[in-house]
Design a protein around this ligand. Structure first.
Ligand SMILES: [Zn+2]
Ligand SMILES: [Zn+2]
Length: 332
C-alpha cells in the first residue's frame, strides 16, 4: 500500500475518521475523570452496546432458554431451541446491518472505510461471492460452535458440574462480574488473535477471515471452524470463575454478535436528522484488515495493543511506526 493513499482515500468520503483515542481506564498515571467518562458516558463502555447485550442475555435466560431441569441431559429438542435462538439473532443483527449499509445503501459511500462494497464476486470466495461465503461460514460453523459451547456450559450448570452463583446471596459480585466480562473478552480476543497470526495458524486457519479486505457485517464471523473454536473459548472462564448462566450467555452472545458492528466498514452512523455519530472503534479493526500487523485487540477497553506495541490509531505517524516495526521484523 503506497503511503500517499493512506489518508487521501479515506478523506475523500465525507471526512477522514478521527484518530482513535484509546481507553483511559488503565492509563498510568491514572486519569479518573477520563476513565469515568469512558465507562459511563454516552456512547461509552456500558451505553449503549454492552447494556443492550446485557438486556439481551437476561431476556434470553428467562424467555429463550429451556429450564435447568430440562437441560440435565442432552436432547435435540432443547438444543434446537438454543441453536435456533442464536441463528435468529445472527440473521437479525448481521443481516440487519448488511441490509442497512449495503442493500438499502442508507448512507451511500459517506463515511465508508472500504474502498468498495464487500459484495464482491470473485473466484477466491466460496460460491464465487464474498457475502455468500461469509454467510456460509457464519451460519454453518460460527453459530454451531457458539451454540455447542453454550449447550455444554448450560448442561454443566444444570448438573452442578459448574458451581452456580446465587445472585441473591452475592448481588455485588453478580453485577461486578457482568461489568468485567467485556474486558475479559477483550483480553482473550487479543491473545487468541495474535496466536492466529503465527505462521502455520495464519496460513491454514486465519487467512480465511483475512480474505475479506473490504469488510461488511457478514465478514465478522466468516472464519475457519478452528478459529471459531478458539474465538468462542472465552466462555470456558465461567467453568472456573463462580458465575451464573446469565453471565455465560452474556459472554458468548456478545462474542457472537459484536463482530457484525466491528466489521461494518463505516466510521460514522448517519441519523435521520443528518447528524453522523462516530462509530470510531470500527475504524480500529478496519485498520487490522487493511494492514494486518496492528490492532489485534477488540475495541480497545484493555489497551493490549498499546502495551505490546501493535497500536495503530489511524494517524500517518502511527502508520509510520507500524511500517518500521514491520521492516525490522521482516529484515528489509
Ligand atoms: Zn487477523
Ligand atoms: Zn476481522
Amino acid at each position: 500500500m503506497a503511503e500517499a493513499s493512506f489518508d487521501t482515500e479515506l478523506n475523500a468520503r465525507g471526512g477522514a475518521p478521527e484518530p482513535i483515542a484509546g481507553s483511559p481506564v488503565f492509563a498510568w498515571p491514572p486519569r479518573p475523570v477520563a476513565a469515568a467518562k469512558f465507562l459511563f458516558g454516552y456512547p461509552g463502555y456500558f451505553v449503549p452496546m454492552n447494556v443492550l447485550y446485557m438486556g439481551l442475555a437476561v431476556i434470553s435466560w428467562f424467555w429463550l432458554t429451556p429450564d435447568l431441569a430440562t437441560m440435565k441431559s442432552f436432547h435435540w429438542d432443547w438444543i434446537a431451541i438454543v441453536y435456533g435462538r442464536n441463528l435468529a439473532l445472527t440473521f437479525l443483527v448481521f443481516g440487519g446491518l448488511h441490509w442497512r449499509f449495503y442493500i438499502k445503501n442508507a448512507q451511500g459511500e459517506r463515511y465508508m472505510l472500504n474502498r468498495k462494497a464487500p459484495t464482491v464476486s470473485h473466484r477466491r470466495f466460496l460460491f464465487g461471492n464474498q457475502v455468500r461465503e461469509n454467510m456460509f461460514w457464519t451460519a454453518g460453523s460460527a453459530v454451531a460452535i457458539w451454540s455447542a459451547y453454550e449447550v455444554v456450559t448450560l448442561w454443566a450448570f444444570a448438573n452442578g458440574y459448574i458451581p452456580m452463583l446465587d445472585w441473591e446471596a452475592h448481588p455485588v459480585y453478580f453485577v461486578l462480574l457482568f461489568c468485567a466480562i467485556p474486558m475479559i473478552r477483550d483480553a482473550h480476543f487479543y491473545f487468541v488473535h495474535r496466536l492466529l497470526h503465527y505462521r502455520w495458524l495464519y496460513r491454514n486457519v486465519h487467512q480465511l477471515h483475512h480474505k475479506n479486505v473490504d469488510i461488511g457485517p457478514w465478514s465478522g464471523m466468516s472464519m475457519h471452524p478452528v478459529e471459531h473454536i478458539l474465538y468462542f473459548s472465552g466462555i470456558l472462564v465461567h467453568w472456573v470463575l463462580m458465575s451464573h448462566p446469565i453471565h455465560a450467555i452474556f459472554h458468548v452472545q456478545a462474542t457472537g454478535l459484536t463482530p457484525a458492528m466491528g466489521h461494518v466498514g463505516y466510521h460514522r452512523w448517519e441519523g435521520k436528522d443528518g447528524d453522523a455519530r462516530s462509530i470510531g472503534q470500527r475504524y480500529y479493526h478496519y485498520l487490522h484488515h487493511r494492514y494486518f500487523e496492528c490492532n489485534y485487540g477488540g475495541d480497545g477497553t484493555v489497551p493490549l495493543d498499546k502495551w505490546f506495541g501493535t497500536w495503530h490509531d489511524g494517524t500517518p505517524e502511527s502508520h509510520e511506526i507500524m511500517r518500521s516495526r514491520r521492516k525490522q521484523a521482516h529484515g528489509s
